[in-house]
Ligand binder design. Structure first.
Ligand code: ATP
Length: 452
């Protein structure tokens, strides 16, 4: 989602105040509150502060994202402030790490609200983006930097244009044509700062796989589609299966396609791997019909988000220790009869929008609750129904590999009993495994992710 259309340079300021309340006041001063809002700026400030007291909008990496929905005709309005010395707020330490505050006023009718928050959070995760904005030498440079970041022209393209990389890309076209592949899939995280795909592959469908994709940052003339998937460890093409899964559920690739994949070691600046894969053969066990991959009630972006969090849990663990988790994603009406709370449900009583997994503020919460025994139950639209839940479904597939314990068995059985996807992060191996209709599909291979 392009956000630059909602960002006006006149609403990008250097904050003078040393505390959050003062900073928000300065940001509201540059905003235009249309009549239909029915509130004064002072009242809106009160709402923002009250909300901050119940739930922080500190996103990490020096970014604050206070946001509020109001009755407003235009969909969004941003005001952005830089605060190089951090801010004070009720003695909380994290606000002292703030460097940029993105105030988002959103129309209460706007349906893409969670997508906007998610898109912002994704942009901030790109290496160097926050530093570039915070270190701009003056307000003019800051304004340029912010608008370039969200408008696309600020994206760095770091492909090393050496002879070997050029040769591999050239050969990829020959291999793709010779093998009758329908698309070339390029793994962009091979390069620090992203891959330069300004030249097309002789008219072939080109799919870019990267963990730091913002929709603004790639040339739609040469790149047919972008698949956001987390890379990890030191493995070549580690994102392959996750990327194929996301591609399938988003309709970017089809089950009968053959893909020519080009990649290398993450961040090595060197392509060194060329493989041809048949989607169907790779996903044989779980893919009976393409439309069947995703349960009817599940939105592709929700699966993508759960997959992202599962991968991060597998790679990073929690507090330096490996953790496991089980996510059950699908028709919660069907799932509920097979569940029982092991502890009081920590999501009970929160607004659905607050506890939607697409909301970037949920990432940390979900990772923290992964320490609880039991499963996460997630509705197809992303709403977290429960955590700390015991799954009890009786059906069990016949051949579950030996060595897999009760968490995997629970995932297999609930995926047989209901129309859902169950994703397991194994605490013992770090493997991330998807279960669908009792069939298992390892997405991150055993031990590939663990650096803990
Ligand atoms: N039926 C279940 N429903 C929900 N969670 C479960 C269920 N069974 C086990 N778990 C969770 O899985 C955890 C690990 O159990 P166990 O070691 O038997 O599973 P596992 O499949 O070997 O997983 P891992 O590879 O993570 O060790 C338990 O502590 C519990 O939190």
């Amino acid at each position: 989602m392009r956000l630059d259309r909602y960002i006006s340079k006149s609403r990008i300021i250097d904050i003078v105040s040393g505390d959050l309340e003062g900073a928000l006041k300065e940001l509201l001063e540059v905003c235009k509150l249309p009549e239909e809002v029915g509130m004064t700026k002072k009242q809106l400030l009160g709402v923002l502060i009250e909300r901050e007291q119940t739930m922080t909008t500190y996103l990490g990496s020096g970014i604050g994202l206070p946001h509020v929905r109001i009755p407003m005709k235009r969909p969004y309005q941003f005001a952005i402030g830089r605060c190089p010395r951090g801010l004070e707020f009720d003695g909380h330490d994290e606000y002292r790490d703030l460097r940029l505050v993105f105030l988002l006023l959103a129309s209460e009718k706007e349906k893409s609200y969670l997508n906007v928050l998610a898109s912002l959070a994704r942009t901030f995760q790109e290496p160097g983006v926050v530093e570039k904005m915070t270190h701009s030498k003056d307000i003019i440079a800051l304004r340029e930097s912010v608008t370039a970041t969200f408008g696309g022209s600020g994206a760095k393209q770091g492909t090393k244009d050496n002879k070997f990389n050029r040769l591999i890309l050239k050969e990829a076209v020959k291999v793709a044509k010779g093998s009758q592949s329908s698309a070339i899939m390029v793994f962009g995280d091979t390069f620090i700062g992203g891959v330069d795909l300004t030249e097309s592959f002789d008219g072939m469908k080109t799919i870019l796989v990267t963990q730091s994709a913002t929709e603004a940052s790639f040339d739609s003339k040469t790149v047919t589609a972008i698949i956001p998937a987390r890379s990890f460890g030191h493995n070549r093409l580690s994102q392959l299966r996750s990327a194929m899964l996301i591609g399938l559920t988003r309709g970017i690739i089809k089950h009968n396609e053959r893909l020519c994949c080009v990649g290398g070691l993450p961040q090595s600046n060197q392509f060194d791997t060329l493989v041809v894969v048949d989607v169907e053969r790779e996903f044989q066990s779980v893919l009976t019909r393409q439309t069947d991959m995703l349960p009817a009630a599940v939105k592709p972006e929700v699966l993508e988000r759960v997959l992202g969090i599962a991968t991060e849990l597998s790679v990073e663990g929690r507090e330096g220790k490996p953790v496991g988790a089980l996510f059950v994603l699908g028709d919660s009406q069907q799932v509920r009869p097979h569940t029982k709370q092991l502890v009081l449900n920590p999501f009970f009583g929160y607004e659905e929008e607050e506890r939607n997994i697409l909301n970037p503020f949920m990432d940390e919460t979900v990772k923290e609750f992964s320490l609880l025994d039991g499963a996460f139950i997630i509705r197809g639209d992303g709403v977290l129904e429960a955590a700390g839940t015991l799954i009890h479904a009786n059906e069990l597939p016949q051949q579950l590999p030996s060595g897999l314990g009760t968490r995997h068995a629970a995932a297999a059985s609930i995926s047989m009993a209901t129309d859902c996807i169950a994703l397991v992060v194994s605490a013992s191996t770090g493997q991330v495994t998807l279960f669908r209709r009792g069939q298992m599909l390892p997405l991150i291979e055993r031990n590939a992710s663990r650096d803990l």
